[in-house]
Design a protein around this ligand. Structure first.
Ligand SMILES: [Zn+2]
Length: 286
């Protein structure tokens, strides 16, 4: 929305849908390597990077993230605000905020943390205190990204919300983390002891319904900066857009199972179709 700054939009109570997870998606598509996760695709296939950004906007993302770690490049490139996603340590997050404030030309800052297994960062700072200190130091948005899936992100979000006054960010990974496997690093392939991260995480995907439920909980909590991190895909993000009432282009193509040739409303009680399906199943099993 040109002319309206991030601060104004959030102050007016607006929510932003945020697509992340570009690295994982390009790895899945075969354009960068898992493990090193160097975003070579930016140099090798810039047209695909542009295209994926467009896909995420189509599914509702208000935010287009640039693939840069240089604050100056973001400023020179005309960024509306600067995002720093930090991994595990409060000290790192505070340093990122200070850098944005020093080199970011006054642009608003979004500082998100990846919370490890407990409610404390690796350097011992409780997550609510970490976010409060970042907010007090001038961060415009604070919150959580990556690491945790929807199920294990809700509780820390509530704790953060109690400590902070301003907008909160929530960008989980769309995987089925649980109380025993709090982050996606600890997930195992269902039915085995094999580590799922990173190559077999697809065996632990959330359902669309689970993503929708997470979005509903976030909306109820009043989370204003909401999206998905590693593992994100347009069909997941569209669920969040639908819950938040965003006019995403992809909503035009939401499922219409009632029209399905076997399971649709008109067909499911029609003996012609149900018998045909049963016969096909029987034939396939013979
Ligand atoms: Zn991530």
């Amino acid at each position: 929305m040109p002319g309206k700054s991030l601060r104004d939009r959030l102050k007016n109570g607006e929510s932003l849908i945020v697509a992340e997870g570009y690295i994982f998606e390009f790895e899945r598509r075969g354009y960068l390597k898992s493990g090193s996760f160097v975003p070579e695709v930016v140099l090798d296939h810039p047209e695909l990077v542009k295209s994926l950004h467009e896909e995420y906007v189509h599914s509702g993302s208000d935010v287009v993230l640039a693939f840069t770690e240089q604050i100056e490049w973001a400023v020179e490139g005309g960024a509306d605000f600067i995002v720093a996603e930090t991994f595990g340590e409060f000290g790192e997050a505070m340093m990122a905020l200070e850098c944005i404030q020093k080199y970011g030309n006054g642009l608003p800052s979004v500082i998100t943390l990846s919370l490890p297994m407990s409610m404390k960062m690796f350097d011992g700072v409780p997550i609510d205190e970490a976010c409060k200190r970042l907010e007090d130091a001038g961060a415009d948005v604070v919150g959580l990204n990556c690491g945790r899936g929807p199920t294990t992100m809700i509780e820390p979000l509530k704790v953060i919300q109690k400590a902070c006054k301003g907008p909160i960010a929530a960008l989980p990974v769309p995987y089925r983390t649980n109380e025993n496997q709090v982050t996606f690093f600890s997930l195992t392939v269902p039915g085995t002891d094999k580590m799922a991260f990173p190559l077999d995480l697809s065996s632990c995907y959330c359902t669309r319904e689970e993503i929708r439920k997470f979005a509903e909980e976030c909306k109820t909590l009043g989370i204003q900066y909401v999206g998905l991190c590693c593992g994100n895909a347009p069909h997941f993000l569209r669920e969040i857009s639908a819950v938040y009432g965003k006019p995403a282009g992809a909503l035009k193509y939401s499922p219409e199972m009632e029209k399905h040739y076997i399971f649709g409303d008109e067909k499911k009680n029609d003996p012609y179709y149900t018998d045909m399906y049963k016969n096909k199943l029987t034939q396939a099993q013979q």
